[in-house]
Structure formats: structure tokens, C-alpha cells
Design a protein around this ligand. Structure first.
Ligand code: UDP
Length: 324
């Protein structure tokens, strides 16, 4: 089967491309390289195009004839989405509609969509399952939720099968050392700590220590990027068996506080980082932990690298010698 990976030059998309290639899929990658990396493109044929470009998509679909699409191309900075919401609605929603219209024109009826825990907003339960209410707190989360709603409607109306995968905190890197996380600017906790440990002059602080958690810092559910890629593969296979729209929450089901992450990073890099406490970051819920029971039961998915130390070690291998 040939799969079109949109956003395959990005962090999670590149890990997906590697797994698809290793699992015997044919793949074609489409990316506009606005945030992705050319050096991450090691698997499949590459076409540089924006998914907002309907003509480019038409020629891609005619030439390549993919049978399924995996869509990783999105703007994903919460703060930026608050400052420039139109950029997020245009890119994450408008351009995804253009992509879905092209799929429909060319009879491509399988879609795996990258969604996010940000669609849930302030959590109302200790662990978040698929029935949890969706009340995103920022434009980024609202654009992802909007596409989930579009997918639900489109699957009901057309010959389309789609899965939305809601990632909790993606982290880690492939053990090959060929690909890893490289955002500019980097806003995520683990890569910021590791870049600082690798010698970059990054000002890192703990965003608030007065949350109602065990040590006052926020709790998040970190999930290895290769475990996320594995879930996509299973979701793609499930589309062959099941009609309509499906959604799954993807995490380890175990949360770590910011302080626990810092301690684990210090342990892995072998030195104190002396991270000070700063003010809260706006829009951060105290705790976000997934229930991935549904993915376990229906996709047979079980994270293979759940330990925070292993996740950080894999990321550290990358950050010591990043290739891009
Ligand atoms: N965080 C922090 N300092 C940083 C970056 C993040 O204390 O420099 C905290 C942030 O408030 C959150 C957790 O680390 O509680 C994970 O944040 P990240 O940005 O990695 O992912 P998010 O949960 O926002 O998707």
C-alpha cells in the first residue's frame, strides 16, 4: 500500500516515515519545509508543496496514486496561536480542507489525522479518555477539534474512513540517531532541558510551582515518538476493518511533574541543571494524563518505551549530536 505522509519532514512525521518504510509500505512525502527539515527526509519520494495548493495536490495524487493519507502538517505553538489565530485557522483548518477535497477528487478514502490533548482544555478527570468533554482553551486546540468535527461529518457523508489520534506529550527520538526533535523556537520541556545540558544558552525555568500537584509543578503524560508512530500504523490497519470516524487518546497513562522530569534529565545527562522557578505559563492545566484503554483494546497498542528515563535517554542521544 502506498501512503502519502503530509508533514513528513517534521518531528513526528519523520519518525512515521521511517516506520512505514521499515514495515514495507511505499510512501511519498509532501512538506512545504516551513518548519520541517530537508535532512529528515530519508524515506520515500519527496515532493515540496503546501497542502493549501490544490493544483500541486492534484498532480501529486495523479502521479503517485496513494491509497491513504497521514497528516502531520500543522502549526502547533499554543502561544503563537493566541497571537495570530488566523494563521492557525488558515493552515490547520483551511489547508486541511483543501487536502481533504483533493483526496475526494482522487478517490483516496483513508485518513489518519494528528490531533492533540489540547482539544480537551481544563481536565475534569484524573485521566482523560475519549468521552471527556472537549473545550479547548486556545486557537491551536480549537483548530484541531474543528478538523475532528469535519472528519466526523465527512465520514458520515462520503466514502471516507478517518482516525484522529490525540497525542499527549510526544518526546524522545529514534535510537538510530538519524532523526530527532528540532524545533525553532523550541518550547517543549524535555528538548529545552537537553539543549541546555548540551551547552546551548537557553533560559529555562519551571513554569509555576503552586499547582495542586504532589510537588506544585504541572503533571504531563510523556509518550515516546516511536510509540506514537506505532499507533498510527495500527490505526491505518484498523481503517481496513472499520468504517466511519474513530478517535484515540495516546499516552502512557502515567504523569510526571516538571520537577520529576528535571530530576530524570539531570540523572541521564549526569549533572545538575539548576533550573529556577518562574511564573506560570498562561493556559497550562495542572495535570494532563491520558487513558489509552481504548487504543489498547481496539488497536492492540501498548507503548514499548513507557519509562520516562528511557524516553529522555533516547532524546539525549539525539541532542548530543543532532543532525539538523
Ligand atoms: N514547562 C516548563 N518550562 C519550560 C517548558 C515547559 O516548566 O521551559 C512545563 C509546562 O508548563 C508544562 C510542561 O513543562 O507543564 C510540559 O510543557 P511542554 O511545552 O513540553 O508541553 P505541553 O504540555 O505544553 O504540550
Amino acid at each position: 500500500m502506498k501512503v502519502l505522509v503530509v508533514g513528513g519532514a517534521g518531528y513526528i512525521g519523520a519518525h512515521m516515515c521511517k516506520l512505514l518504510a521499515e514495515s514495507g509500505f511505499e510512501l511519498v512525502v509532501c512538506d512545504d519545509l516551513s518548519t520541517g527539515h530537508r535532512a529528515a527526509l530519508r524515506w520515500g519520494r519527496f515532493i515540496q508543496a503546501s497542502i493549501g495548493d490544490a493544483a500541486a495536490l492534484d498532480s501529486l495524487f495523479v502521479r503517485e496514486r496513494p491509497r491513504a493519507v497521514m497528516h502531520f502538517a500543522a502549526c502547533s505553538l499554543v502561544g503563537e496561536s493566541v497571537r495570530d489565530p488566523l494563521k492557525y485557522w488558515r493552515n490547520n483548518v483551511g489547508n486541511t480542507l483543501t487536502l481533504m477535497e483533493a483526496m475526494r477528487r482522487h478517490g483516496v478514502a483513508r485518513f489518519v489525522f494528528s490531533s492533540t490533548a489540547a482539544i480537551f482544555g481544563e481536565p475534569r478527570a484524573a485521566s482523560i479518555d475519549e468521552d471527556h468533554p472537549t473545550q479547548p482553551l486556545n486557537p491551536y486546540g480549537r483548530t484541531k477539534l474543528a478538523i475532528e468535527q469535519v472528519l466526523r461529518d465527512a465520514c458520515a457523508a462520503y466514502d471516507l474512513r478517518a482516525v484522529a489520534l490525540r497525542y499527549f506529550n510526544a518526546a524522545g527520538a529514534d535510537p538510530s540517531g538519524l532523526i530527532g526533535e528540532s524545533h525553532e523556537p523550541e518550547t517543549h520541556l524535555i528538548p529545552r532541558l537537553l539543549r541546555r545540558a548540551a551547552g546551548e544558552s537557553l533560559d529555562v525555568c519551571i513554569f509555576g510551582s503552586d499547582y495542586p500537584t504532589t510537588d506544585g509543578t504541572c503533571v504531563r503524560d510523556y509518550i515516546h515518538v516511536n510509540d506514537l508512530a506505532d499507533a498510527h500504523l495500527r490505526a491505518l490497519q484498523q481503517l481496513e476493518r472499520e468504517e466511519g470516524f474513530q478517535c484515540y487518546n495516546l499516552g502512557n497513562g502515567r504523569g510526571y511533574t516538571v520537577r520529576e522530569v528535571i530530576t530524570a534529565v539531570e540523572d541521564v545527562v549526569g549533572g545538575a541543571l539548576n533550573i529556577p522557578v518562574g511564573p506560570r505559563r498562561e493556559g497550562d492545566p495542572a495535570a494532563l494524563v491520558a487513558s489509552s484503554k481504548k487504543a489498547t483494546e481496539l488497536l492492540g497498542w501498548r507503548p514499548l518505551r513507557p519509562a520516562i528515563r528511557d524516553i529522555i535517554e533516547s532524546a539525549w542521544r539525539w541532542h548530543r549530536e543532532p543532525r539538523f
